[in-house]
Design a protein around this ligand. Sequence first.
Ligand code: GLA
Ligand code: GLA
Length: 682
Amino acid sequence: MDYKKTGITAQSQIFYGADYNPDQWQHSHEVLERDIELMKEAGVTSASVGIFAWTALEPEEGKYEFEWLDRVMDRFAEAGMYIFLATPSGSKPMWLSEQYPEVRRVGLDGQRESSGWRHNHCLSSSVYRQKTRAINEQLAQRYRDHPALALWHVGNEFSGECHCELCRSAFQEWLKERYKTLEALNAAWWTSFWNHTFTDWSQIPTHDPSIDGLQLDWRRFVNDQHLSFILNEMAPLREITPAVPCTTNFMGTHETTNYWQWAEHLDVIANDLYPLPDDREDTWRNAIRADFIHSMMRGMSGGKPWMLLECAPSSVNWGKINKLKRPNVHRQEVLQAVANGASTVHYFQWRKSRGGFEKYHGAVVDHEGSNRSRVFQDCAAIGAELKTFQPLVAGDCPMAEVALLYDWESRWALNLSCGPKKIKGQGPFPTDLYTETSFDHYEALTAAGLAVDILSTKSDFSAYKILILPALYLVTDALAQRIRDFVQAGGHVVGTYLSAYVDASNRCHLRGFPGAGLREVFGVWNEELDNLHDETRVLVEGSINGQARDIVERIHLEGAESHAQAGTEFYVGQSLITEHTFGNGSTAYLATRLELPALKAFYQRIIQRYDLRRSLELDLPEGVVFRKRETANGTLGFLFNYGRNTKIIDFRNQNFKKFGDAQTVLSGKFELAAYASLILWL
Ligand code: GLA
Ligand code: GLA
């Protein structure tokens, strides 16, 4: 049972559980006892504890109280369950933030925030860094040998920024480190524009939207400050409990956090995801977006199992309309994460709080408190099902033939550049044109039956057949060279509108877009960018037909061939989709945002042309997705109907045994109910 002795990790066993807040019920011992019983009944293995419990642990500065947590840790160990012990930095104690105002963030308006809310501490405050380290040391010393301690859950959903004087001078120091001289900084930021030349480091503000280079560096700085804050928290944990892995929970495609960079410093990747599927006609598209985020987590953990550290067992309380999950949806979401490489499924939350902001947020245990609720029964069934995967999780997910780069630097630079159309994406994940473009391509590839790995610009993509660069707006010379080498060596690259406009400082590349030498690789020159109103569609005609929206670039062929042209607008007849042979490989350029059917048709051509293998050699109906996961005992196939209508599947003469029920063999035609999930041995 001793985690540290058995070497159990999230990469070798399934964890199932939830965020648990026994600190809210310290004075009702019967609640803890009841929770342990209910957890066993639900198949729970683990719980994240203490995320917002700082005052319960340190009610006055330097005065610690651990008895309640001792009891929780002991009872968990006796029950054979594990604790993911949180460091409580996500919410500041009142005594601390009143006594040391510097720990409270300052907004853009120069006002210091009041003590309340959460996730709002200053990242530069040395007081806050010292205090978090002190409480972390206490926790690590006290529980270093405790058999229930399985993982450190550092802070919670780090995000946001602070504009206080401490942050401003830390930013100035960070800039000195990056640029060394003011001349270099002024050149990088092109500050002669509007007379913004800095003549002393102390003049540099934290915010000026008219200096887009500054804004981009501020993004990087804030991201680095988060990371250094996390590393400061982890230092005593790693020293005192070297065998206990450390993680912090990500938020998928959250805009201001470059998780690729953080991932390198964590022992295991953990993510929180709230897909909020509803039962609207196109709800299946949201499910594919959740797959994108899961795939990215798999990419961040290098194909190794990762942890879904929060999701909702039913409704959330913070949406505009908080719908209950329809039957089968909850199970499907859990299996979706598993199919994409998750080995841990934890909910927010185990038990509903009696009061406070989240008292109506879905939980395994309702205010009513028994095992009789629909959600509890649902969770218990999933707990039992996940146990059947237990011996299987060691395997990595198979590597795909197609890689897609998702790059926060490009996203930031594009969003901070004034001119190209800004859009707000649909669906539960707040997005922008950059992320929507990535989702479009992932969705079209998924619909075409292909598996896709999501990589960063630093990943090694040399082993892939196809490399997709959705709106790769910021391209350095070094990245351009790697892309060029990949194509030269026989790789195939798909580029899109908004490719290679700027360098690392958000300055435009000279000598034509796509810049940094990629003009030659794509064989096109992108002369102009047309931004369209939301309701406008441009016809696409050629070997691919359909419609496009939002962005059209007027490109010239410089060696590339045209596969489709504009059928409307003043640029009628001009190329929108090209292909170009370069070295031993080839490139395609999409000069506009194709609607999904046209993009899917584009990828169907790519499948044929490059002889790509689909995950399952069958045409599946819209909204039905098939994924593979390797296990220690063979390959599992997950067949999901993400839609709200029953779909007919035709396996023809292929036969598959049902996982967990070897008697049932599926072949020929059968019905897949709304939101149903089938698991098969391949
Ligand atoms: C986030 C937080 C949790 C909780 C949930 C509610 O994921 O980390 O503390 O607030 O949202 O959905
Ligand atoms: C105004 C200003 C110019 C420039 C243009 C841009 O006219 O005087 O400096 O900013 O707007 O449209």
